[in-house]
Ligand binder design. Structure first.
Ligand code: AVJ
Length: 324
């Protein structure tokens, strides 16, 4: 590879960001790189874990309020449902089933960073909802929003981001993400977004530290992915999965902590890094919210909350936003 200083060329954003994160202090890897085929699979297992309450709570919300949500979404001549981070679409299908059954015209546009997830979802929908119009798109949120902004149709658009996916962004990035969405919205359009609430810290911590070790495997999978695709040699067994929750900020952070001194070669990056014993690699934030924080984020982004739906335990909220 060229030079380690300025002007270095990278094959992909993945190469560039892994290089930057592992040469920084403290070290970090963005959680968006969790989702390769194995990562998608592990996340699906996480969604079925007893400790990982988020999925069940949001499913309950969509299942309980399907009718009200569907009528909120419907436009005069149908609408487009753009879902950022669609994943396996399990929760969205509750709504899609209802829309198809009620003959509400909708085009479903699932977007995900994982092409693998999109392929599975498309196949699944072809069988379970053959009459539904589906247009998939692969990309990061930022890439995809650019295209969304340039769309020509004047059909009502509902942008949906479920699962508290926004929680992977710190507040500053969340505001720029929400502002980017806001810029693409007309006065008629809606943003429907799921936020995981602040709650008993034990409940939160257990969700990221399950007893079966699936979350640990999910966290470590990013190192396996780097080993495979960047020809690297992380000793994955020599890392401890370490989630934390700060009840003051509402931030859950996940780390991989090296249990020993390690020299790691990342051949495709022409990079060698050293880890000291007990040095950490920060891999994810999963932000928790309350109504005040969400309201503040919305206003910072030129949005306002027009409605909200909660599960019976009040663990999770889906907020509906419009342009200010
Ligand atoms: C998909 C980003 C919402 O942060 O709760 C699950 C991912 N990480 N267990 C989350 C995740 C560890 C999840 N999101």
């Amino acid at each position: 590879m060229k030079t380690k200083k300025t002007g270095q060329q990278f094959d992909t954003t993945f190469h560039k960001e892994i290089y930057e994160g592992l040469t920084a202090f403290p070290k970090y890897i963005s959680s968006k790189w969790f989702y390769d085929k194995e990562g998608d699979h592990l996340f699906q297992q996480i969604m079925h874990l007893p400790e990982y309450y988020l999925t069940g709570c949001e499913y309950e919300i969509l299942d309980t309020h399907t009718n009200e949500i569907a009528s909120l979404f419907s436009g005069k001549d149908g609408f487009e449902l753009v879902e950022l981070g669609a994943g396996d679409g399990k929760k969205t299908k509750v709504l899609l089933n209802h829309l198809v059954a009620k003959n509400i015209p909708v085009t479903y546009k699932p977007i995900d960073i994982s092409q693998n997830a999109l392929d599975n979802l498309e196949q699944d929908l072809q069988i379970s909802l053959p009459d539904l119009q589906v247009v998939t798109q692969q990309g990061t949120y930022f890439e995809v929003l650019e295209k969304l902004c340039k769309r020509s149709g004047q059909k009502k658009t509902v942008i949906m981001v479920l699962g508290s996916n926004i929680g992977n962004l710190n507040h500053e990035h969340a505001v720029s993400f929400l502002s980017d969405i806001q810029k693409c919205m007309t006065a008629d359009d809606l943003l429907f977004m799921g936020f995981d609430r602040k709650k008993d810290p034990t409940v939160i911590l257990n969700a990221y530290n399950d007893s079966q070790g699936v979350t640990e495997a999910f966290n470590k999978n990013v190192l396996k992915r780097i080993n495979k695709s960047l020809d690297a040699n992380f000793d994955c067994e020599a890392f401890k999965h370490w989630p934390t929750y700060d009840p003051e900020t509402g931030t859950t952070k996940s780390f991989l902590v090296s249990t020993k001194a390690q020299k790691v070669n990342l051949n495709k990056l022409n990079l060698e890094i050293n880890l000291s014993p007990w040095e950490s690699i920060h891999t994810e934030i999963s932000q928790k919210y309350d109504d005040h924080i969400v309201d503040w984020l919305a206003r910072q982004s030129g949005l306002r909350v027009i409605q909200q739906f909660e599960d019976s335990k009040r663990y999770f909220t889906d907020y509906v936003f419009k342009k200010l």
